[in-house]
Design a protein around this ligand. Sequence first.
Ligand code: AMP
Length: 285
Amino acid sequence: MTAPILRRLEDLRGMQKAWMRAGETVGVVPTMGALHAGHLSLVEAAKAASDRVIVTIFVNPRQFNNAEDLVNYPRTELDDAEKLAPFGVDAIYVPDPDQIYPEGYATNVSVAGFTDVMEGEHRPGHFDGVATVVAKLFLQTGADQAFFGQKDYQQLMVVRRMARDLDIPIEVTGCPTVREPSGLAMSSRNLRLSPDGLARAARLYPLLQSIAARLAGGEVFHTLIGPVRDQLAAAGFTDIEYLDLRCEKRLEQLETPIRPARLFVAAWMDGIRLIDNIEVPALTG
Ligand code: AMP
């Protein structure tokens, strides 16, 4: 059954009010479309947890710091609706741009602190765009629960902080990263990689896993980073923007996984910017 596609806030609100009156809980899965199995895993989690599920599709211009990336971002609405059909979601909200940013729109939501590093540092304005649109989608959908991917781990933290700080009554759940059989984290941007780029990009995950294992065995991060950067360059990554070991909670840099930690990377392949992160097991012994 294909879900209704709603483009106007008033239509969304009409549905959502009826669900609320019936005492039903609402889950939201915010996306920018070009849906893949990663997005669909969030939909599954939402279906399991909430009575009603809204998937939103909005390519948010404010979170793109690169005009070319925005223009080239894949838009596949019909395919997306088909992919969602088997899941029985209740609504697909594809807001017309003026439903998010009406004429005269003047408000920005900005989360301080851990937006200073990694994605925040390399994509100026990106997290303001994310926090602003997600705040609006939370308020527009009135959802009780929201589902985000750990693939964008820093984004998940920004969104959680924003919802808490603004007293938006929503529970934000982080779901595991879904990967291709090769280990490459699924991403809408992978569609723009050449077959050769795809194969080369797949070398990232095993490399991250090997660093994680060495860290868990007691090696110190700064001694590993040089050779790893060389290996990434040899695999064809043209620019390694960051490769960091950080604690999960506050995103502070670490030398060893003395606290729950993750490895984070952003690098370019074939002119496409890819990000990934994995959990690092705690120090053994
Ligand atoms: P996007 O459409 O790229 O903005 O992503 C929408 C949501 O899907 C975000 O919460 C992402 O973290 C999540 N997501 C994207 N790729 C994956 C993946 N490979 N596994 C799990 N979640 C993902």
